[in-house]
Design a protein around this ligand. Structure first.
Ligand code: NAD
Length: 397
């Protein structure tokens, strides 16, 4: 079963009065023999190429290195689309993982493959809860802050929630990280931002030092980009004033299995419609341009950024730089899924409301992230569509 409801019932979730702290997972069981094996395997592979050395394990060194390997990663919004993939990836690597999520747009089912994992703690709660944030940061060696109000349809409908959800919890987390740093404990943090911060900048390709060009405040869709820009300003201010190790990533259309189309995401909407033989609804004339990157590529970049000290204190575009128009995307989805669906066009005012303004072209310059961590996306559009279609097909009875 996939996550995602229609936009209107979200209000119920947003208005939950007091968030519950509901921890699941067995949490603290460490698999020491696994770690020892991993460490000694690492030793065997080290040294000059082709030279195999027999090493006598040094118990002190092993326990020290095992302590280094036992990282506890906190993922806010870890039951969401990107967060759940990140949680799986970190568990596979041997991290302890704490997921905190209020299940507003994410859902527990996204974690079904790892819910019983002994190194996962799942906490149902909101990161606007001061005590909860303090407790979770106190247990973490690094933080991936992904929780936010996400999705064009949701943002157009719920602008108050967008602004509150995206600004206040980020400030709370940064403030707490600042206090911890003052007491001598620096915890690296990745902050998820978005290509929406560029607004409607008319450049063909956007690079990190470009201007942010937003529309009028009477148009609620800009509240998402502006709220994320405030997060970036805050993060960079904490870097400057308090020396916190924070890195900001601006995601450009991340897609893959488990993404829900319920909040306006285009690829899951198209794939679902194509597989069901329904029309694919393209907004406006379909000539607006986007770049789609697979979540597996994005996760690699996020982890590498937080683990690269030289990347700290900077903002990075993260995504694919291969442009495709939404109309061509719809055609490609129909072709890859062998669908007989038709394409229908819908105006923005019918899809959202009269005030809606879109961005015609959104293509990142990836030079900075390539220079910092050697990042290049590995999956092309066909691979990506197939991966999403396979997920839907496998869920159809
Ligand atoms: N998917 C994309 O293409 C994309 C593009 C740009 C930016 N981003 C950013 O990446 C991050 C993850 O996005 P996603 O696509 O996985 O969306 P998502 O909606 O699947 O994930 C967000 C998660 O945050 C949770 N959440 C929201 N408010 C919370 C709160 N106060 N406390 C606890 N949990 C809360 C939601 O329940 C959800 O599980 C977001 O910050 C988003 O702005 C995503």
């Amino acid at each position: 079963m996939r996550c995602g409801r229609q936009v209107s019932p979200l209000r119920d979730h947003f208005q939950k009065s007091s968030p519950s702290l509901n921890g699941r997972g067995n949490g603290r069981i460490l698999k020491l023999p696994d770690l020892t094996k991993r460490f000694t395997a690492g030793l065997r592979n080290s040294g000059s190429p082709g030279v195999r050395r027999r090493l006598r394990p040094d118990p002190f060194r092993i326990s020290h290195l095992m302590a280094c390997l036992m990282t506890t990663s906190l993922i806010t919004g870890g039951s969401g689309f990107i967060g759940s993939h990140l949680a799986e990836h970190l568990l596979r690597r041997g991290d302890d993982v704490i997921v905190v999520d209020d299940l507003s747009t994410g859902c527990q089912n996204n974690l079904s493959g790892i819910m019983e994992h002994p190194r996962l703690d799942f906490i149902e709660g909101s990161i606007d809860d001061v005590a909860l944030v303090a407790e979770l940061l106190g247990r973490s060696d690094r933080v991936f802050h992904l929780a936010a109000a996400v999705g064009v349809a949701l943002i157009a409908k719920e602008p108050i929630q967008t602004i509150e959800r995206n600004v206040y919890p980020t400030q709370l987390i940064l403030d707490r990280l600042g206090s911890m740093a003052q007491r001598g404990r620096q915890v690296p943090c990745f902050i998820a931002s978005t290509s929406e911060v560029y607004g409607k900048n008319p450049k063909d390709t956007w690079s990190e030092e470009d201007d942010l060009v937003f529309g009028a405040t009477t148009r609620p869709r800009w509240s998402y980009g502006v709220s994320k820009a405030i997060d970036e300003f805050l993060a960079l201010a904490y870097v400057k004033q308090q020396g916190l190790p924070i890195v900001v990533g601006r995601f450009f259309n991340v897609v893959g299995p488990r993404q829900t189309g319920a909040y306006g995401m285009v690829l899951p909407r198209f794939v679902e419609a194509a597989l069901a033989g329904r029309p694919l609804v393209v907004h406006d004339d379909g000539h607006q341009v986007r770049c789609f990157a697979h979540v597996d590529d994005i996760i690699q970049a996020v982890v590498k950024l937080i683990e690269t000290p030289a990347a700290s204190g900077r903002v990075y575009n993260i995504g694919s730089d291969q442009p495709v128009s939404i109309l061509d995307l719809a055609k490609r989805v129909i072709e890859r899924t062998n669908s007989s669906s038709e394409i229908q066009f819908q105006s923005y005012s019918d899809a959202y409301d009269q005030s809606f303004e879109d961005i015609r072209r959104r293509v990142p310059d990836l030079q900075r992230i390539h220079d910092a961590i050697g990042f290049r996306p590995t999956m092309n559009l066909n691979d990506i569509i197939d991966s999403v279609a396979n997920q839907y097909a496998s869920e159809t009875p």
